[in-house]
Design a protein around this ligand. Structure first.
Ligand SMILES: [Zn+2]
Length: 299
């Protein structure tokens, strides 16, 4: 009886030991795009970067629905299990010879962990027009000032998810002179100022497309990154990137762009702009461009 008990304890211990070695050797593959990596097991923890589909990372620890992964030699982070799949580790089964294991170089895994380049960056978003200045008027009588506010709010949300500190020049439908829009940007010594607009040419209703405008030569690259991001995410007509003498950019001491996110004088483009998926794609595209800008910017 006693002997049987000792044997079963021994077997249980062997089981625990093999399970823990299994856990240690475990790897996961990322299955979601731009998956947030956090400092702890929960959405209340800070986001430190993003990983991409097909990336494979060693698992260090598990906690409920979350796994801690080794991102880099000295960087670890947590991702939600829902957006990962487990990887069977063939390598460990094959290498039985200890010496061989030491000599064998680990194959380079597919890893594209990108730290958040927007973390702590101050961005001022300027929803064009507002109040008595309605801006352009769409095919069905809707105002540019409505559209710009909606885009700005979605962009703010997205940027904040990436760790940026975001200010809007106006939060509701009110008139705001151009001077006030710029002075907020200058006061805050913002990293990037973005004025959001929609275009209109009622005399040429067939005209469509996205345009990005900059004033200073130093913002040419920023303009092309952001335009590229928007076109990439929306598939809209890539109309133009142009240097333009616009007051909100000229009097601004910070990096700045003015975006014309399509023509509301074109019936189908206006319809498209009204869609939430397109609005979200604008935000993603702008964020994509800004990430690239900060990645390339000298620190
Ligand atoms: Zn406008």
């Amino acid at each position: 009886m006693k002997r049987k008990f000792v044997i079963s304890i021994f077997l249980i211990l062997i089981c625990i030991f093999s399970i823990s070695t299994l856990l240690y050797a475990k790897e996961i593959k990322i299955t979601a795009e731009n998956l947030n990596v956090r400092t702890g097991p929960g959405t209340n923890y800070e986001t430190i970067g993003q990983v991409q589909p097909e990336d494979v990372y060693p698992v260090l620890e598990e906690n409920g629905e979350w796994v801690q992964i080794q991102l880099d030699e000295d960087v670890t982070g947590w991702v939600h299990k829902l957006y990962t799949s487990s990887v069977t580790n063939e390598k460990n089964e094959k290498t039985t010879d200890v010496n061989q294991q030491i000599i064998a170089k680990e194959p380079k895994k597919h890893q594209s962990f990108s730290p958040l380049h927007l973390q702590g960056k101050t961005i001022v978003i300027d929803p064009g027009h507002g109040g008595r200045d309605v801006g352009a008027i769409g095919v069905r009588g809707r105002y540019e000032s409505e559209y710009t506010l909606r885009t700005a709010q979605l962009l703010k949300q997205n940027l904040e998810q990436h760790g940026a500190i975001v200010y809007l020049t106006r939060e509701d439908d009110r008139y705001l002179p151009l001077v006030s829009r710029v002075s907020l940007s200058n006061q805050l010594a913002t990293d990037v100022f973005i004025s959001i607009h929609y275009n209109s040419t009622p005399e040429l209703p067939e005209v469509t497309g996205v345009g990005t405008f900059y004033y200073n030569d130093r913002d040419k690259e920023l303009a092309s990154f952001v335009q590229e991001g928007i076109i990439n995410q929306t598939n809209m007509n890539n109309r133009e990137i142009r240097q333009a003498d616009l007051q909100v950019l000229r009097t601004n001491h910070q990096h700045g762009l003015l975006l014309e996110l399509g023509f509301i004088s074109n019936e189908s483009e206006e319809k498209n702009i009204q869609k939430q998926v397109v609005q979200k794609a604008f935000a993603r595209g702008i964020v994509e461009g800004l990430q690239k800008f900060f990645l390339n910017a000298p620190r």
